[in-house]
Design a protein around this ligand. Sequence first.
Ligand SMILES: [Zn+2]
Length: 215
Amino acid sequence: MNHRPGAFRWVVSLGVVALSLSLEMLFWLFSRRRSERITNKVLFFPSEVACVEHIFSPTLPHSHVCSLPHGVDTSFSRLLRYILSACYSLDLCLFSFSNMDLSRAVLLLHSRGVTIRVLTDKVYSAISGSQIGVLRKAGICVRCDASAVHMHHKFAVVDGRMLITGSLNWTLTAVQSNMENIIITEEPDLVQPFVKEFCRLWGLNDPAQYLSSKK
Ligand SMILES: [Zn+2]
């Protein structure tokens, strides 16, 4: 009879250990499944030059007239696909934006009803080849940073869930000639600070606020 409380304690301790091990295993499985599910990619540039028409028009016949290589997966074609995965919103914070294919992707999203916000540098928005005027004409909301220091960011947030950031400006030179990098991630700990920073900069460059502060 004297052994029973000891045996009971032993069974309880064993139960506690088993439970904590199961919880730990569940947590590990959950984290593993989560990390398998979310996107975390790195792309390097310059990108191989290849035709990207099929990304814009998936039904395009293979016979279309074009001298570029086809069916090649490049850093640029991947970048385009990540951008075009936007369903609701695309926030762009770009120092320079002159790449016509990237502009085409943004216009395509706009025509699908995706809410686009573009924050860019005032001086670079006016240089020859800049796509900012094209986006504005299409009715996309653009705000320009005119502060004394450069708004030198190059990031995009897709649907508030995916961050695309790195050294790459959205120009043809950056894509095809320069050594550049971008990271594409859905890690909330990385995405959320960029969402917050975009909102802060967007508010800071609100023309209405700027005008009222000048009165
Ligand atoms: Zn082609």
